[in-house]
Design a binder for this molecule. Structure first.
Ligand code: SF4
Length: 90
């Protein structure tokens, strides 16, 4: 499975990336709207379901993905936010 950072011309690359990481209780509407127009939405959502604990991926929020994981009996390793940031920088 190709990670989203390798997608060709994803729409999120043209917009402020913070939209995809709303604060707790913040809106995910704008990011989801952009995702809905992205040609990578299906593969990105699948990636997010299998790998991502934070943010909007393929138009799915953390809560959306948690629901799907529960139905499919998928577990991922949930890193804490500081660990995630450290890993993202390396
Ligand atoms: S579906 Fe959304 S998060 Fe995924 S690559 Fe497209 S715009 Fe980015």
């Amino acid at each position: 499975m190709q990670p989203p950072r390798e997608f060709e011309n994803p729409l999120c690359a043209q917009v402020d990336g913070e939209l995809w990481f709303p604060e707790k209780g913040g809106s995910s509407v704008a990011a989801k709207k952009i995702c809905s127009q992205c040609s990578h939405i299906t593969e990105c959502a699948e990636w997010g379901i299998k790998h991502e604990a934070f943010g909007i991926w393929g138009g799915l929020s953390v809560r959306d993905r948690d629901r799907i994981r529960k139905k499919r009996n998928i577990t991922i390793e949930h890193l804490d936010w500081e660990d995630w940031l450290l890993n993202a920088k390396t």
